[in-house]
Design a protein around this ligand. Structure first.
Ligand SMILES: Nc1ncnc2c1ncn2[C@@H]1O[C@H](COP(=O)(O)OP(=O)(O)OP(=O)(O)O)[C@@H](O)[C@H]1O
Ligand SMILES: [Mg+2]
Length: 326
């Protein structure tokens, strides 16, 4: 559209200047034409913009309906109640990719015994978050099986699976609305006393209390009115509220100040007690708490062991550790 506008102006100037020289129009008339050209292009450019918004909006809507339809197709299967779950996780030769013929996860096999904490480390883009998205049921593996407590996810009611799993994502997602509304997403029937208890556990009580509106504080679009550390602690508070037997924690890479960092680490320690945890770790303090560390590279688990074992026997891990796990 810019190119068309530019070409139009050049054309008008070219023919207009000749017209002025040959005495067909006056320079004032040429100036008027140039001004009118501006009036003409703006609405056309806007129409073009509307078309682009419409196309991307339709693509988004199609994706939303895909997700809604998938949920419907899975619903209705009976499953044992979430509190009976132990939280044992097993990946058996799982392969998956977003685009046909381009796998991102290559035949991963992994076992996380119930109640254990395992850390996943690897460079950006090696497939760590994708592994979690598969476990949370956002995508289906191309091949292989993912099991929770010995039952394949493919045979599970998605709602039952989500009741068992608390997923704290890399970029803690908050909706525009109040703190209360954001917390209630994790457990809609929770009362204020339970919300405050979860905030206390997540070391988020003080900053909420410090705001005049408390739980009614507006968080803004995607939580922009809160700091990165506050958003992360709210996400942890949601996980405390949910109290699910499996915790998936995609540790945020964003830097927070040392004080927030200490609070977050304390909250994490409490959250990982008494449940199965898989943590995508970017910090040595998180790795140090894990029972076992799995090293991922280009969609594969290339080594597993303790921090000391991996420092000794896995050069890739040594490299990651020297970069503070990226
Ligand atoms: N929704 C998606 N559609 C298409 N490709 C994707 C999508 N999500 C991730 N990918 C691609 O899959 C690969 C693995 O991405 P993933 O997000 O799992 O990496 P990661 O290990 O979590 O990286 P990071 O440490 O940066 O979070 C990357 O090449 C990424 O570009
Ligand atoms: Mg990631």
């Amino acid at each position: 559209m810019c190119l068309m506008g530019g070409l139009g102006l050049v054309l008008l100037l070219g023919t207009g200047a000749r017209g002025v020289l040959e005495g067909e129009i006056t320079s004032g008339e040429l100036l008027k034409l140039i001004l009118l050209l501006g009036f003409f292009y703006e609405p056309v450019a806007r129409l073009h913009g509307v078309n682009q918004t419409l196309v991307s909006g339709l693509a988004g809507a199609a994706r939303v309906f895909e997700v809604l339809d998938a949920e419907g197709a899975e619903a209705g299967r009976l499953d044992s109640p979430p509190h009976a779950a132990r939280g044992e996780i097993r990946f058996k030769n799982v392969t998956f990719g977003y685009d046909e013929g381009m796998p991102v996860i290559h035949g991963i096999s992994l076992h996380v015994p119930a109640g254990q904490t395992c850390a996943i480390v690897g460079v950006s883009g090696c497939g760590k978050s994708t592994l979690f998205d598969l476990l949370a049921g956002f995508y289906r593996p191309w091949s292989g099986v993912i099991e929770m407590d010995g039952v394949s996810l493919a045979g599970r009611d998605l709602a039952a699976l989500r009741a068992r799993t608390a997923y704290v994502m890399q970029d803690a997602f908050l909706f525009s609305g109040t703190l209360r509304a954001n917390l209630l997403l994790a457990r809609p029937d929770a009362g204020d006393a339970e919300l405050w208890a979860a905030l206390r556990e997540a070391r988020a009580e003080d900053f909420v209390k410090a705001r005049p509106d408390g739980l009614d504080t507006e968080v803004g679009e995607r939580g922009v009115l809160l700091s990165g550390g506050e958003r992360q602690r709210l996400a942890l508070a949601r996980a405390f509220l949910k109290d699910a037997p499996v915790l998936l924690l995609d540790e945020a890479t964003s830097a927070v100040d040392a004080e927030s960092e200490r609070h977050i680490q304390e909250a994490l320690e409490r959250l990982c007690e008494s449940r199965t945890c898989m943590v995508i770790a970017h910090r040595l303090s998180t790795v140090a708490r894990a029972d076992v560390i799995h090293v991922m590279s280009a969609g594969r688990v290339i080594a597993s062991g303790s921090h000391a074992e991996l420092l000794e026997g896995c050069p890739h891990y040594r490299h990651l550790a020297s970069l503070s796990f990226l």
